[in-house]
Ligand binder design. Sequence first.
Ligand SMILES: C[S@@+](CC[C@H](N)C(=O)[O-])C[C@H]1O[C@@H](n2cnc3c(N)ncnc32)[C@H](O)[C@@H]1O
Length: 334
Amino acid sequence: MAAERKLAMRAAVNEWISDRFPDHRMLLSHEAPVYEPSADAWNVTLTTKRNGVAAVPLGTVVVAADASILAAPQPADVLAKLPAHAPEQAPARDAVSGERWEFRHGDGIAAAAELPDHGIDLLLTDPPYGISQRYTCESQVPRRLRKDGSDFIMPKGHFGDWDAVDPHAWTDAVLPKVGGWAVTFCAQAQIGTYTDIFTAHGFVAVGPMVWQKTNPVPFNHRYKPVNAWEAIVVGKRSGTPFGGEMVHNVFVHKSPSPQQRIHPTQKPLPLIAEFVRLFSEPKGLVFDPFAGSGTTVIAARQQDRAAVGYELDPALFGVAAQRVEAELGSLSLL
Ligand SMILES: C[S@@+](CC[C@H](N)C(=O)[O-])C[C@H]1O[C@@H](n2cnc3c(N)ncnc32)[C@H](O)[C@@H]1O
């Protein structure tokens, strides 16, 4: 019963956060509700989302027994405590880099134009493909709460302005720059589109692959089988070698938990590392024009590839740059 009440309080706070901070949702979290008997209300501490560092408290949301919000911090005060993450502002820096890797704030499609034709050895990317459109009402939004009632998995069904990119537009700019393998995540319904695009750009279409998730979001589980896989389409320039291991084209990995990730669709580092190993040679250039939290840059550089990644969203870039620096700053170069 207490756990159910806590869930209701958390849901109320999540909704309050989503309503007040649609552009900063991914940066905010909250702690477990604490019951205050004298007020017959629940105190919930609003915090920054953990990003490998301690969460910063941002104020207290007070929720009544009927789940209405009695008191809450002023949104302006909360935003003022997130200066590095405000999306309207440019991030504190434009890029982080090290020996043979760089992660830049900017448009990865435009940046590809600066690269020589066939200069990329592995295009490994995960473009936005409109997940917001899957949700049409709040009750459809998957929420995964830990046993103690803390945290959630998804904000309301809007993931930001980055959440759609035309497959033809970005591939027209980027694929001519690829001289080896091209590996892109896509919506299941886009497998044919990307296969055709790869072929039209002169790639050998090697076919789709599957990332099977061991912990899928139980979205609409009462009405249909839970979707537990994501599609990846693969092509290569004729004659490009393959890493050589005997592998199946179904890759089984756990999704990063809400506590581990800084991006709602962040990919597992071990999965991306496996793709880097299979589809590129040491010292080759791996490029990700839609780098999100920087997973590709980290995976590539950790395996002695050169890595270049771009992220357009300034708020996300600020957080992701910290992650990439934390992972690669201590890397002892091979
Ligand atoms: C699906 S996410 C990538 C997630 C990533 N694979 C990870 O593990 O974190 C796609 C990202 O592309 C970014 N994006 C969209 N258009 C972009 C562009 N033109 N240039 C750079 N980044 C872009 C979005 O902001 C979003 O973070």
